[in-house]
Design a protein around this ligand. Sequence first.
Ligand SMILES: CCCCCCCCCCCCCCCCCCCC(=O)SCCNC(=O)CCNC(=O)[C@H](O)C(C)(C)COP(=O)(O)OP(=O)(O)OC[C@H]1O[C@@H](n2cnc3c(N)ncnc32)[C@H](O)[C@@H]1OP(=O)(O)O
Ligand SMILES: Cc1cc2nc3c(=O)[nH]c(=O)nc-3n(C[C@H](O)[C@H](O)[C@H](O)COP(=O)(O)OP(=O)(O)OC[C@H]3O[C@@H](n4cnc5c(N)ncnc54)[C@H](O)[C@@H]3O)c2cc1C
Length: 667
Amino acid sequence: MQDGNGLDHLAGERAMAQFDLQAMKVYLAGGQREYEISTKMAQLVANDPVFSKEDRVRLARKDLYKNSLRKAGHAWKTILEKGLSEVEGLKLRHFVDEPTYTDLHWGMFIPAIKGQGTEEQQHKWLPLAYKMAIIGCYAQTELGHGSNVQGLETTATFDPTTDEFIMHSPTVTSTKWWPGGLGKASTHALVYARLITDKKDHGIHAFIAPIRSLEDHTPLPNVTVGDIGVKFGNGGYNTMDNGFLRFDHVRIPRENMLMRLATVTKDGKYVRSNKPRQLGYGAMVFVRQGIVIDASIYLSRAVTIAVRYSAVRRQFGNKDEPGELQVIQYRTQQSRLFPLLATAYAYRAVGFWMKSLYADVMKRLNDNDFSTLPEVHACTAGLKSITTSVTADGIEECRKLCGGHGFLCASGLPELYAAYVPACTYEGDNTILLLQVARFLLKTLSQVSKVRPVGTAAYLGNIKQLSTQNCKVSQGHDWLNTSVLLEAFEARSARQAAAVALRLAKGSGSEAEFQENTPELVESARAHCQLILVSKFIEQLQTGTPEGIRKQLEVLCYTYAFSQLIDNAGDFLATGYVTGNQIALAKEELKHMFDKIRPNAVALVDAFDHTDDYLGSALGRYDGDVYTHLYKGAFKESLNDTVVVDGYEEYLKPVLTQNLWAPHSKL
Ligand SMILES: CCCCCCCCCCCCCCCCCCCC(=O)SCCNC(=O)CCNC(=O)[C@H](O)C(C)(C)COP(=O)(O)OP(=O)(O)OC[C@H]1O[C@@H](n2cnc3c(N)ncnc32)[C@H](O)[C@@H]1OP(=O)(O)O
Ligand SMILES: Cc1cc2nc3c(=O)[nH]c(=O)nc-3n(C[C@H](O)[C@H](O)[C@H](O)COP(=O)(O)OP(=O)(O)OC[C@H]3O[C@@H](n4cnc5c(N)ncnc54)[C@H](O)[C@@H]3O)c2cc1C
């Protein structure tokens, strides 16, 4: 992967690496097989001109969307023609690298049918969905309500005389608003609506509603549907047709209500199953767990660009060394960049763990064991929240780390940010999700004397010890002990949770008091999630990491933990567990970690194995030939299509030649 001159501007950096790069690539891919599939799919996409990302930020919305339809169709054709497996298909979609309607079809419509449909319903709908003879979306959010799912207004009223539901949008605020794929592509929507039988409101249930003709794709009678409009940034999420939808007394068969959790009989009787109704939120849990790995991928892209560019870019110098210094040599650059590099590694490790957590809960649910559901919900909600917030901010930080050139679309960073930042909102607003974690912590603490907490909340079982013993670090290297670090994160989280729980327990238990304490509740939820992230990174590291990469991973793990400790020093200090001096010692240790990362930095981002095609960045090119490609890139700008700009005759020439304003000018 070298430039036209055959030069690798980063060769010197790569020569410094002190770990087994290939082993790291395999580790980050999740195994040898995954690595091979990933490499194959990356090449397949990069070599296919239909998947080109060139010019995406310059296209008008209509062209952008049409091109995205073309790519999605071509991806599906490729999958079928080449007989790709599910894992290969998912990887192919990953490298095509743009949000599109198929994400919601495969990522939410199908999982929701699997989770909430009876066997009979699965037999009816899944074969159609698997061969994409129908295209589905997930229509939950409305104009008036998103977070508050119980507040949705769309109604599904049962009519026993015809054995049908009447789907209706009674108010403007009941209009479905935001569902991806709904705007222009979907033929069916999984609609969340209030179920009404015999004038009784049974709350929110899921229904499959046909919305477009399978003959000519026109909206069905009394269905009003379309795209909600242009979104933030160029390219970005604008390849997706987020849509609106209204029903005017649209009739659908009774069997179109997903009936695994509750049934409506032919004569209109409502029967609940004995399964928890939260299973109705299963598709959200599924997507949230996948978002953690995604966060690692997005952050690692931004970090790859910023690290490579920081190694190429030179500014100033000092009298001890000839020439200018690479900006990656500056401590301030390192202290902003290396923690993000470590975070991308941390999220990868935690993402692998999340997959196993999700697999475990699915197995239990199949055996009617619902005991771990609250913990899994808290974990997926909390980690989705933290990782997306940090990643979105991290991409923006990487843009700033690239100085002026980071602001150009040619850096790849503006579009990356625009595509990623809605992850802080979709699949649950990040504050709302942290409040869910806080509620879980309060409940766990309230029962701690009777029920021993398990899993990620197990440490709360040691609340007494964690509340009384303080940190014993007296020298910098005392911090280089994972048990010491873990205990610090546990004590801080336990103390923060206990403090707010105690305050609430002393009060009247009113909702107003709960609201008053929500900032502290959110902070305690964040502390709990940071503990999970640190502890799972350590755990992953200690379970079978190959020798050739273990040292580097340890350095990254300490870097991650120390930077979390320092960034949240206020919280750690306020709990009284650590002293200011202990924080200062951790700061020194962090600098030592930066020294260890520095010679490996470029190789550590190479290990993510992002191809130039996937990165789409002149600054993050593998060969580091930044300036040639920034310069060449300027000639692709449409303003440069003509040497003399369109508009010269009408608007520039009069200014230059007629001196229109000069007589009145005071200058
Ligand atoms: C070419 C082909 C190639 C193939 C391509 C394949 C591509 C596949 C890629 C897949 C990627 C998918 C990408 C998708 C992109 C995402 C798009 C975005 C989609 C959306 O945004 S969908 C809409 C999401 N909406 C939300 O998240 C709303 C947020 N609100 C909520 O989650 C809940 O309403 C809330 C806030 C939790 C409700 O709180 P509350 O009022 O308390 O609610 P309840 O009374 O209903 O619940 C009380 C009780 O239940 C517990 N609870 C809540 N949620 C859950 C849950 N999810 N699981 C388990 N338990 C839950 C809650 O804690 C309470 O418990 P108690 O013990 O306290 O009673
Ligand atoms: C790109 C994108 C794609 C999407 N795709 C889909 C989709 O496919 N299907 C679908 O159904 N939906 C989709 N959505 C909708 C998305 O799920 C919701 O926007 C999201 O759940 C947030 O809900 P909201 O918009 O109602 O925010 P709100 O709840 O109105 O939030 C506004 C502000 O109020 C705060 N807030 C609200 N309630 C509280 C409270 N109780 N306590 C403290 N603070 C509070 C929030 O933190 C936030 O700061 C998508 C959204 C986006 C941006």
